[in-house]
Design a protein around this ligand. Structure first.
Ligand SMILES: [Zn+2]
Length: 447
């Protein structure tokens, strides 16, 4: 692979070394070799990035990519309708090939939108074939991915053990680990039910399994009553909480719990737009900030909303500023003297914090020599971006998919000059449409 020299760009590193108003970035193989005001490299392919802002590749910390063929289907459902119609309904009609095409196209859309790392939270996988198909879909795109192996949530049939009483299938996780260990762009992790959605025995088993296998255990917390109301206390007493536990949503946690969990190094992922839409409540962002922590962000559901992570940063920032402003006004009768959260913090939620949640901050999340070359060129010379007075604010508030010019993962261009480098997608889009139609028809949602 020839070296790549990205020249004359504004470089937002999100790293302690600071940003460069104009500078060069040299990529050697899969890594960043150097970042400096001017770099000479005779043997490099030079990319003139004049007018571009380079940012770290975005990290989508939570998405159920298997729902890509159902875009818009759940847009008007609350969480209760979603459980019934999606998990107990549509999900049951998926064959492995539906997992493949949804995951491939969902991941390609992530790359197109500037996401270089995707935490794919896959919980519609009743057979090993479904897992293999989903992972194949991820690998077919070149995205950096964490495959969070989950379990389906159908309504129990008469005589069947309900899903909340079934321990996580350790053998299948071990099979996936053995098959994919050492792959540069893929890690296998665990998407478990947790105490909100399972019995205590299952939660204990699953947390132990994750710890023994060295995996992140990610779980949904919130939405209706908990199956094990004192589950967190029992798990903590058993010494099973720590940095490998990732809580998604988490609204029902008390401040005391949240403070303890922050102290234990657990991570938190907010899906701000989906949470607001489906009835969870307000994202955890402000409560975490009070304890010196910050959330990673995820799209959660393309069956409801757009896959674009910059939108997620904007929505999460907007709702937290609104909450803070309203609280300040109620207390002081006036507007706060300045914004409570900066755009740089919001950009960190979709870069640094996502990398931290995946325990890969030593490799991704910021731009620095030695780190993986996962980066995005945002074309700031466009009509909706000019003039740029503050590059970070321009990226967070002005940029959209229309400005995502180029995307690199581990030194490889996956999008270049506005063009996704994934070949002709017409046949794949046809398969995605056919899959979506088959599934919605099977459940009586389409003619
Ligand atoms: Zn979710």
């Amino acid at each position: 692979m020839p070296n790549t020299l990205i020249r004359n760009a504004t470089i937002v590193t999100m790293d302690s070394q600071g940003d460069l108003p104009v500078g060069d970035l040299l990529v050697h193989q899969d890594r960043i070799e150097a970042i400096a005001p001017a770099i000479d490299a005779d043997d490099a392919e030079v990319v003139d990035a004049t007018g571009c802002i380079v940012i770290p590749g975005l990290v989508n910390a939570h998405m159920h990519t298997w729902q890509t063929a159902l875009r818009g289907v759940a847009a008007n459902w609350t969480l209760l309708e979603y459980f019934q119609k999606m998990h107990a309904g549509l999900a049951t009609a998926f064959a492995p090939e539906d997992l493949f095409i949804a995951t491939r196209m969902g991941a390609l859309n992530q790359l197109n939108c500037g996401t270089t790392t995707l935490a794919d939270w896959c919980h519609n996988n009743p057979t090993p074939g479904h897992n293999d198909a989903a992972i194949e879909g991820l690998l077919s795109t070149g995205i950096r991915a964490a495959f969070f192996h989950g379990t389906p949530k159908p309504d129990p049939k008469p005589g069947q053990v309900p899903f909340w009483e079934v321990p996580h299938p350790r053998k299948e996780v071990e099979r996936l680990l053995a098959a994919h260990q050492g792959k540069a762009l893929l890690s296998i992790q665990a998407a478990v039910l947790g105490p909100h959605y399972s019995t205590l025995d299952v939660a204990m088993h699953d947390f132990r399994m994750a710890r023994e296998l060295g995996l992140i255990a990610s779980l949904h917390q919130g939405g209706g009553a908990a199956r094990t109301p004192d589950g967190w206390e029992r798990l903590e007493a058993a010494g099973l909480l720590g940095p490998n536990i990732n809580i998604v949503h988490g609204h029902a946690l008390s401040d005391a719990q949240l403070e303890r969990f922050c102290g234990l190094g657990m991570s938190f992922s907010a899906a701000a737009e989906s949470e607001m839409s489906q009835g969870h409540g307000h994202p955890l962002t402000g409560r975490l900030l009070r304890f010196g922590r910050a959330p990673s962000l995820g799209v959660d559901l393309e069956s409801v909303l757009s896959g674009d992570m910059l939108t997620q940063a904007r929505v999460a920032l907007g709702i937290q500023r609104s909450l803070d402003n309203v609280a300040y006004r109620e207390q002081h009768g006036t507007i706060p003297p300045t914004s409570t959260i900066t755009t740089r913090e919001a950009l960190a939620w979709v870069t640094v914090e996502g990398a931290r949640m995946l325990r890969q901050l030593d490799r991704i999340g910021t731009l620095a020599p030695g780190k993986q070359a996962d980066l995005v060129l945002v074309r700031a010379s466009d009509l909706n971006m000019q003039p740029v007075h503050d590059p970070v604010s321009s990226v967070v508030f002005q940029a959209s998919l229309a400005n995502i010019d180029s995307v690199m993962v581990a030194g490889q261009w996956r999008k270049r000059a506005g063009e996704l480098l994934a070949g002709d997608l017409r046949a794949d889009l046809q398969k995605l449409r056919a899959s979506g139609l088959k599934i919605t028809r099977a459940m009586g949602l389409a003619a």
